[in-house]
Design a protein around this ligand. Structure first.
Ligand SMILES: Nc1nc2c(ncn2[C@@H]2O[C@H](COP(=O)(O)OP(=O)(O)OP(=O)(O)O)[C@@H](O)[C@H]2O)c(=O)[nH]1
Ligand SMILES: [Mg+2]
Ligand SMILES: [Zn+2]
Length: 330
């Protein structure tokens, strides 16, 4: 079945170079599904050549080629407009590209569980670092037992002022999510297992196409129902990428994104007596001054310090690894 690649978000005009242009819909077991003008293709993604360059990720634009022995393979990953990346949980120091070429990142959180501010901050660092638009979707607004969503909404407003918050419960609120989608626009979902990401996609689709899972009783944890990142085309022409729940939000050394989450504290730091002030017990610390004046929440400063220290510690270990001859960030 012929496919119009503009519907998949292609904005590049004439495809560059040799090969068949396509967009990666899903990557699994060294192969990937690719939307091409001629229809869906299955291609080898981890050929020696591809691996030496960039590992293809869902959302990537690629050029496919034919190999006499291996069959269809990804010959080239085209330059990405951006990526949604975290620190690879299995290989320290490396960047793991979750998805490529996204216009919008939707952080999804289920109101059946608490939202620790620190967790939201980490998700925001990852999301903002992509350079895409970012919003927060709070699902299960219909089931919240005992109490309202106010507390969680307040957390989001405090941690990410100005960020759109979408309340979703059942079919309620889905229109505002749909409003963030649009023809050729790619929206990636990010959040822990059981948050309701796949359910959200199904609602947008108007059918139960993706598998969704029960949440375990007791701890309200999901079961990692979704196992691969998958790009889905919506009836209205929009594109959404469903992702498996992420447990560890490992951060890359993303100073800029940290700036954005804790920008006010970084600004305040300029007024500290010491340029390398840790905002701990140093004299004339502007950050602690603001805490004492009641302008800044003390716990927030603690989270800021912890994240900053974590990144510094990571940087130190990566440096050490590089010196020993290991690989650094790709
Ligand atoms: N009542 C209610 N239940 C919801 C809502 N959204 C999701 N759920 C339920 O929450 C459970 C988990 O939903 P999923 O969509 O599988 O969650 P997920 O984020 O895709 O989880 P992973 O694939 O494991 O990452 C399912 O039982 C859904 O029916 C909602 O708005 N209201
Ligand atoms: Mg899922
Ligand atoms: Zn200070």
């Amino acid at each position: 079945m012929a496919i119009d690649l503009d519907d998949y978000g292609w904005r590049g005009g004439e495809p560059p170079g040799d090969g068949t242009l396509g967009r990666i819909i899903r990557v699994d077991r060294g192969e990937c599904d690719v939307a091409t003008a001629a229809g869906m293709a299955r291609a080898l993604s981890d050929s020696q050549r591809a691996q030496a360059e960039v590992a293809p990720a869902t959302g990537d634009w690629v050029l496919l080629g034919e190999d006499p022995e291996l069959g269809t393979l990804v010959r080239q990953v085209l330059p990405r407009s951006n990526t949604l990346s975290r620190r690879d949980p299995s290989e320290a120091g490396l960047e793991q590209v979750l998805v490529a070429n996204v216009d919008d990142v939707l952080i999804v959180h289920g109101l059946d569980r608490p939202l620790p501010a620190g967790r939201l901050e980490r998700l925001l660092v990852v999301a903002w670092d992509s350079g895409a638009d970012v919003a927060v979707a709070l699902t299960k607004a219909d089931t919240r037992a005992g109490g309202s969503a106010d507390e969680v909404v307040a957390t989001v407003r405090a941690v990410a002022p100005g960020t759109e918050v979408l309340l979703v419960g059942g079919d309620e609120g889905i229109d505002r999510v749909r409003a963030r989608t649009g023809p050729g626009r790619t929206v990636a979902l990010l959040g822990e297992s059981g948050a309701g990401k796949s359910t959200l996609v199904n609602r947008l689709l108007g059918e139960d196409r993706l598998t969704t899972g029960e949440v375990r009783g007791g701890d309200a944890k999901g079961r990692h129902t979704t196992v691969s990142r998958e790009l889905v085309q919506l009836p209205g022409g929009g594109l959404v990428i469903d992702t498996p729940g992420i447990r560890a939000v490992g951060l890359l050394d993303t100073e800029e994104a940290l700036d954005r989450v804790f920008g006010d504290l970084q600004d305040l730091s300029a007024g500290c007596r010491y340029a390398d002030c840790a905002h701990d017990s140093e004299p004339d610390c502007a950050v602690n001054g603001a805490v004492a004046a009641g302008d800044v929440e003390e716990r927030r400063v603690a989270r800021y310090r912890a994240l900053r220290d974590e990144l510094a510690e990571q940087r130190r270990r990566d440096e050490e690894r590089r010196r020993r001859g290991g690989r650094g960030r790709r």
